[in-house]
Design a protein around this ligand. Structure first.
Ligand code: CTP
Length: 413
């Protein structure tokens, strides 16, 4: 496919290098047209090297080829990223001052704008009107992500992650009307990894969680356009880019972080393996073996059930407040009291969350593995949904189920 990638003059232009890579690695022929202003952020040499095609932003280069006519007509897809307030305004009013805006006027195929700007600019009546105009003419304008912006500010206006723009672009080309990122505008908090409960300055009680599933979920949510906050307990894998990471160690720290994060989250996913118990006392000094004393006995006390608390907090929220979707995970082995699903159904009732993702665990299953097989149970009582494959594939299925639940109208009590 021939793609024209228009780069606007915003700091997020640097992220578009990754988007270009995704397009070329998928086998597409990409011509980059940077605006004059954007070359202050990323130079044309970068675009030439990464695209393998010559780069110009002037209608007066290679005039004999009438580039804007050729590029506009030949493009199967035009993607503008970052679409600045200025570029949206120019496109909406049909201006034609440079090669990119000329090419846009010549376009015959689908056009996707991926906006990035400060929140006030995005929410300004002028920008809203320009976006409406472009959408009414059939252009696709993505909702920007929320989160940290260039300065100290944060809010809606971040460029969606390159993978998210890529997915939206492919959906648009395939004629899917719902190219919009399913979690755009939503904040998703995900806990991942295993908590560690200290015994003394050098020892802790831990568990075998690797954090891979939680990280894969964070990536899937990010790629679906969400603003993602990852509450990271101990993990064997690094956190992904493009998400806010809140490091925690113990269950009590995770509880504090989760309750704080839940306040502005549309979705909370508790995929961390939280220790149910912690040592009643933590020694300030290393516990030594002593021949003149009995060996130590560790007394454990219960940790709070964070998932349950989150549900109680959500249920007590003022009526009219935006509803929150809460997702729990259950690791079950099944025993003489019941099989895996029986235990999971009981847990779903006990915890009161909206969805419960059930893993069947054994010593060789799930922990640290790259593949997984889960059943998603819903409190609404709908049919259990199975998902299996790599943790990436399972995460995509879970995130798509969450998107469907968020977009459904059924009330959550
Ligand atoms: N969880 C939590 N707080 C805890 C323990 C668990 O929020 N103190 C969350 C986990 O993140 C997971 C879900 O609860 O989403 C299920 O955890 P699990 O340990 O399997 O369930 P338990 O409540 O411990 O039930 P049981 O001991 O009967 O297996």
């Amino acid at each position: 496919m021939r793609i024209v990638l228009g780069v606007g003059g915003g700091i997020a232009a640097y992220k578009v290098a990754s988007l270009l890579r995704l397009f070329t690695e998928a086998g597409h022929n990409v011509t980059v047209i940077p605006t004059e202003a954007s070359t202050r952020f990323v130079g044309t040499a970068t675009w030439e090297a990464l695209s393998g095609n010559p780069v110009s932003n002037s209608v007066f280069d290679d005039v004999h080829q009438v580039n804007h006519v050729r590029l506009g007509h030949e493009a199967d897809l035009i993607v503008i990223a970052p679409a600045t307030a200025d570029l949206l305004a120019k496109a909406a009013t049909g201006q034609a001052g440079d090669l990119l805006t000329n090419t846009l006027l010549m376009a015959r195929g689908p056009v996707l704008f991926a906006p990035a700007m400060h929140t006030e600019m995005w929410q300004h009546a002028a920008t809203r009107a320009n976006v409406e105009t472009l959408r009414s003419r059939g252009a696709a304008v993505l909702e920007p992500a929320s989160g940290r912006l260039t300065g100290a500010d944060s809010g809606p206006g971040r460029l969606p992650e390159p993978e998210a723009i890529f997915d939206a672009a492919m959906a648009l080309v395939q004629g899917q009307s719902d190219f919009q990122l399913p979690l755009a505008g939503h904040t998703v908090t995900i806990s991942a990894g295993g908590t560690r409960e200290p015994l003394d300055p050098v020892r802790f009680l831990g568990n075998r969680s690797s954090g891979k599933q939680g990280v894969a979920l964070a990536v899937a949510a990010r790629n679906a356009g969400a603003t993602v906050r990852l509450l990271a307990a101990h993990m064997d894998v690094p956190p992904p880019g493009g998400v806010e990471v809140v490091p925690v160690e113990t269950a009590l720290q995770l509880r504090e972080a989760a309750l704080a994060a839940a306040a502005d989250s549309d979705v909370v996913i508790m995929s961390a393996a939280v220790a149910d118990f912690r040592p009643a006392a933590v020694s300030d000094t290393k516990i030594k073996k002593r021949d003149d004393r009995d060996d130590p006995v560790i007394t454990l006390v219960r940790n709070p059930d964070i998932l349950h608390e989150l549900v109680e907090l959500r249920n007590s929220a003022a009526p009219g407040r935006r509803q929150q979707l809460i997702v729990g995970f259950a690791a079950e082995t099944g025993d003489s009291d019941g099989d895996v699903l029986a235990h999971a159904r009981a847990k779903l009732q006990r915890k009161g969350c909206d969805l419960l993702v059930v893993n069947h665990v054994g010593t060789d299953k799930v922990f640290g593995q790259d593949t997984n097989s889960v059943v998603i149970l819903a409190r609404s009582g709908s049919e259990p949904q199975e998902a299996s494959g790599t943790k990436t594939e399972v995460s995509a299925a879970i995130i798509s189920r969450i998107s469907a639940e968020l977009n459904s109208v059924s009330p959550r009590a």
